[in-house]
Design a binder for this molecule. Structure first.
Ligand SMILES: [Fe+2]
Length: 315
């Protein structure tokens, strides 16, 4: 049985790789390789590539998830619409199977990629809390720099039938339901479902995929989200992106479900990229929650949600 154990990369398409590289660099990634038609970006963590951009009309191509074992790739290759086991032609190499998910979303199951040497980032800030002092004769001086990305944390996709997508993510990828959001006036109607990795006792993020109910004609990625060092990095990163002239979407705030300190930005092609820090970790024993989709359940604090947040693309 397949049980994905991590999220590794996402693949976008963009007409202008230079512009995408400039945005992702200001966003806090590091170039890991470049070909005439492909851009490879990494974070500071051990995944050799976390964001791939292929040259072409703007779009979302795939999300790459780590299989539990090499044997799971053989199992995946037998699924309807799956590719054979292929060699990955990207930094880190390894093997993959391309799966055709709900609404044709491509999920790459990967295994055996060579881990990259981690890049240096500043240490997490020691905070002098009112009743808990941690720093004496030790000045607080975080650099003004992009929010250094550690890793890809999660991906939000809009499906034509969100409940069916959840069944596929559970049945085919072995994921668990963490929390469901339903329409405030109709408990039976799902707005979206937060899905996490089943790692047993080993902690997993509150969500790795969020399956959002989409509208016909708008089945797209909603956003991809990247973990940074700490809340100061989110705020400093916000200022950095603002100074560089990129388009802010929503933030800084703190989510309720997942508890992340979040900040959302638009890429040159209008897609949302999120920074986050301090998210919840859960084990496999946590039972699913069910919440009405009201603003109070989206954020505990932060600016008011703008009218464009749910638009897949905004230019
Ligand atoms: Fe997110």
């Amino acid at each position: 049985m397949i049980k994905v154990q991590d999220i590794v990369y996402c693949i976008y398409r963009s007409p202008d790789l230079d512009k995408m590289a400039a945005f992702l660099t200001d966003f806090g990634m590091v170039e890991a390789g470049r070909e005439p038609n492909r851009l490879f970006m990494r974070g500071a963590g051990s995944h050799p590539v976390i964001n791939i951009t292929e040259k072409g009309p703007a779009g979302f191509v795939a999300v790459g998830m780590l299989a539990g074992s090499a044997a799971e790739l053989d199992e995946a290759a037998k699924l309807p619409g799956a590719s054979a086991v292929e060699t990955i032609d990207a930094p880190g190499g390894g093997k993959r199977v391309r799966l055709s998910g709900p609404d044709g979303f491509r999920f790459d199951l990967v295994h055996g990629m060579e881990p990259a040497k981690e890049l240096p980032v500043r240490a997490p800030l020691a905070i002098n809390y009112a009743w808990q002092k941690q720093r004496v004769v030790d000045l607080q001086r975080p650099d003004f720099e992009p929010a250094r990305i550690a890793r890809l944390g999660h991906c939000v996709l809009k499906f034509s039938d969100g409940d069916a997508a959840v069944r596929w993510l559970k049945g085919t990828l072995g994921m668990l339901v963490t929390d469901r959001l339903h329409l405030p006036d109709d408990r039976a109607k799902t707005l979206g479902t937060f899905m996490r990795l089943d790692r047993g006792e080993r902690p997993a993020d509150h969500h790795t995929i969020f399956a959002l109910q989409g509208q016909p004609g708008d089945l797209n990625v909603h956003h991809t989200s990247y973990e940074v060092q700490d809340p100061d990095a989110v705020h400093i990163g916000h200022q950095w992106l603002d100074k560089k002239g990129w388009m802010a979407e929503w933030g800084v705030g703190r989510h309720l479900l997942g508890s992340q300190v979040f900040d959302y930005w638009r890429s040159p092609d209008g897609y949302i990229f999120e920074h986050y820090a301090d998210g919840d970790l859960l084990t496999d024993k946590v039972q699913p929650g069910d919440y009405p989709a009201i603003p109070e359940n989206l954020a505990q604090w932060g600016p008011e949600l703008g009218p464009h947040f749910f638009d897949s693309v905004r230019l």
